[in-house]
Design a binder for this molecule. Sequence first.
Ligand code: ADP
Ligand code: MG
Length: 613
Amino acid sequence: MAQRPIAVLDAHIANRIAAGEVIERPASAVKELMENALDAGARRIEVEIRGGGKEYIRVSDDGAGIPAAEVPLAFERHATSKIRTADDLFAVATLGFRGEALPSIAAVAEVEMRTRTADSLQGTRYVIVAGQPQEAGPVGAPVGTTVIVRRLFFNTPARYKFLRTDATEKRYVADVAARLALARPDVAVRLLADGRELLATPGDGRLMSAALAIYGPQAARELLPVALEAEGIAVEGLVARPTWHHGNRERLTVVLNGRAIQSPAVARAIEKGYDTLLPSRRFPVGVVHITMDPRAVDVNVHPAKAEVRFRDDSLVFRVVLRAVREGLLGANLVAGLAPGEAVPPPVPPAGGGRAPGFQVRESYGPPPRLRQHEPPNAGESPQAHAPLGSQEPAGGQGLSHAQDLGGTDPWATDAEGEDARRQLREMTVLGQLHRTYILGETPAGLWIVDQHVAHERVLYERLLRAAAGGQADVQQLLMPVTITLAPAQAGLAEQFQAELQQVGLILEPFGGRTYLLRGVPVPLAGAGAGELQQLVEEVLAACAAEGAWRPHEVCARLACRAAIKAGQPLEPRQMQQLLADLSQAENPFACPHGRPIVMTVSRSLLARRFGRH
Ligand code: ADP
Ligand code: MG
């Protein structure tokens, strides 16, 4: 065969080849898109996939958006707003920087972007298929960016063939989303797969909140705080008691300057921190944040930027090892409070050790986070503490289980779910605490249920089901409420009139930007006019998030408004009913935004605390 002449590759082909490096599977596309959202300063990121992400991926953020003129540029190779000179490469503070992701994804899929910046009245819609721009034009859109990726690898069959089953690809996506959520507890991350919520972190900045939403109930009782600052490196995080381990390193998340990374060196340091405490061939569970001078790290060594190179490996190793070791040791020094299985101290406290009563700092912000001089106790988390008192992270177990109970999710634990449901059903109500929590007893111990979030969860699921079946229970209002909307919202009200009706909000145009609210979902029957005006605005704002109807978000808002509030006295009968309803919920563990609903104090803990064993 005659050899062909050398030629520079056509740009489209070059992009397809590059795509192979950066975009291996749906999860890699999700990772790049979520990282772009984080770089754009998003506070909330919603990811939705269908068919394991092969069929459909949507990533929506409320970040800065892209100016109309720059949208086509964003899809060009090596176009980036993040670095300008080679020197910048040595102090990369953003997650992306090579300008490869969008062109790589667009080269092998159908991509649609909708984006708007705060100073622009209109958004931009841009469609690009197999690297060929198709459409560009103005569109009504909220501030932020939505990227939709359809039919990934449709034009690269070899790559498509290499993908695994939908369920497996979905697991990879869930893993990526979980790691990014753990890397950035200050950002609310939500993942929907085929219409089911797999994950929802509250974005309240507390690592424990994110961990609860991701690892499930055992996080509260099993994770120990780690916090150490030495030699210019800050290490903080949550690592599992040695009794909770995993068959590989998948459940360990390492975060460097806000970037979730794979680092065999750091993983080894953490494992070494456990020393002999873990059975052989078992691996630690947890999340460890490392903050250090970005100039001491090279992140530009891996196509997907997943691996990093430290200037001084042994320094990082030393500090991480010590942090983990002291964390484990600290827990054990709290005499008698560790649950049953006592952990033998692996080593004497290095360099004087730490006072037993430490608490982890759990307030996270965007990277880089070099906070050298903060007091170690700032922003301590109430969730790191048990209900019974002092230093007892193991005493209570928050049940927050924001995952798919179907069991396809890598982080899910469904046996616990069924058990909790049964206990909720069989619980005897003891009373109400602070007019906020329901106290109940089961043979297993004391249960504390937050009445507001419990009710919120129940209503949320009901509203969602009713809306999906097209039969919301509507309460007609005797006196319609007049609602005046801002121009952008009035447009949305028009656009979504039918959908609003489906959830039970009967909104009738009344000229201009004025509407008459004639009916509301039954649970909201008692709401006042002001509250209803606010509610309609909230619902529309939630949908504005990508100019599309968002039933989950809408029902979450309705449920929150309609739910029993904290401070409301409840009759025993009402409490019993609420618990029975909760036990029927698909997910009785977390409110739609990821807050925990239930906390338990086990009978055995009580016995131990009172010296009864
Ligand atoms: P990189 O992230 O390496 O810069 P990408 O191809 O991922 O490259 O993105 C190209 C550019 O598009 C980014 O530098 C940024 O300016 C813009 N961009 C991409 N996604 C978003 C987003 N979600 N919000 C705002 N800007 C974005
Ligand atoms: Mg990027």
